[in-house]
Write a protein that binds this ligand. Structure first.
Ligand SMILES: Nc1ncnc2c1ncn2[C@@H]1O[C@H](COP(=O)(O)OP(=O)(O)OP(=O)(O)O)[C@@H](O)[C@H]1O
Ligand SMILES: [Mg+2]
Length: 257
């Protein structure tokens, strides 16, 4: 099963969710594959030892130089990563927007899964272009992190409108889950944003919220997920709860150990 993590708003917790949901999966006995589909390469830099050459990154897959299976590298305590490269920024201009390029990632992942089926998490860039469309077209479920502030509500409406435009092209509903991040229970705004999101998107809003947590913020600079940094933190607890909810809802078809 493939989950893409996308919001065109920057800094809402996409990479944080990919990292820590990946670690939660690993701890549940389901080692995932993580794809860094963001030219900024934040997820790859958290890995700490990801190759720096473009021809060992997802860019080589888009250039048809390598298959996805040739690009994966091991990630201790998580699973595997296919790293990004800043050249990915060129994918839009080089490869255009035809149907072949829009389905490229989906086809590549299907070929990979034929021999190695595991949960896949795709960390997206903060804008809609060929890369994000590739992730949306490839995924079974889209997780949309929403940082808990008022501007994020506008961003949620924006992405929802984008999905409504894409659905007739895809000829199916794009399953989506809105995930509140950086939630601060002491602020009235947090509950307010959650209520407004629920009014608009009902059951597509996850019950799980990811609280503002210092261990979540610190761990990337140590090249660690939140469990390795502080397994007893609220951040670790929240990501375990997120995994359980996604499994209960059938968004991840796995057995938890
Ligand atoms: N729950 C949290 N508690 C504290 N800090 C957080 C939390 N979630 C994210 N952050 C911090 O917020 C910043 C942005 O998070 P992150 O990089 O995951 O966002 P993003 O959506 O991937 O950003 P971009 O759009 O640039 O890719 C980071 O410094 C991260 O450590
Ligand atoms: Mg990111």
């Amino acid at each position: 099963m493939r989950i893409a993590i996308f919001n065109q708003k920057g800094g809402v917790g996409k990479t944080t969710t990919a990292l820590n949901l990946g670690a939660a999966l690993n701890r549940s006995g389901n080692s995932p594959l993580l794809l860094d589909l963001d030219p900024q390469g934040h997820l790859s830099s958290i890995h700490g030892k990801a190759p720096v050459e473009a021809n060992r990154s997802l860019f080589a897959f888009y250039q048809d130089i390598r298959n996805l299976s040739e690009l994966e590298i091991a990630w201790d305590h998580i699973g595997h990563l296919i790293p990004a490269h800043q050249q990915l920024i060129k994918v839009d201009s080089i490869f255009g927007k035809g149907p072949a390029i829009l389905n490229k990632l989906r086809n590549g992942l299907e070929a990979l899964e034929a021999t190695n089926d595991r949960p896949t998490l795709i960390d997206c860039c903060p804008y809609i272009g060929v890369l994000a469309l590739n992730a949306i077209f490839a995924c079974d479920c889209l997780v949309i992190p929403i940082s808990t502030d008022y501007l994020s509500l506008q961003a949620a409406d924006h992405i929802t409108r984008t999905l409504q435009v894409l659905e007739p092209v895809l000829k199916r509903r794009i399953e989506r889950r809105y995930l509140l991040t950086r939630f601060d229970r002491r602020r009235r705004m947090s509950d307010d944003v959650r209520s407004k999101l629920r009014e608009r998107y009902g059951d597509d809003v996850l019950d799980t919220v990811i609280s503002e947590n210092v261990s979540v913020a610190e761990s990337p600079s140590l090249n660690q997920d939140v469990y390795r940094h502080n397994a007893s933190s609220s951040g670790a607890h929240d990501h375990t709860t997120l995994l359980h909810e996604l499994v209960e809802r059938g968004d991840l078809n796995i057995t938890l150990k």
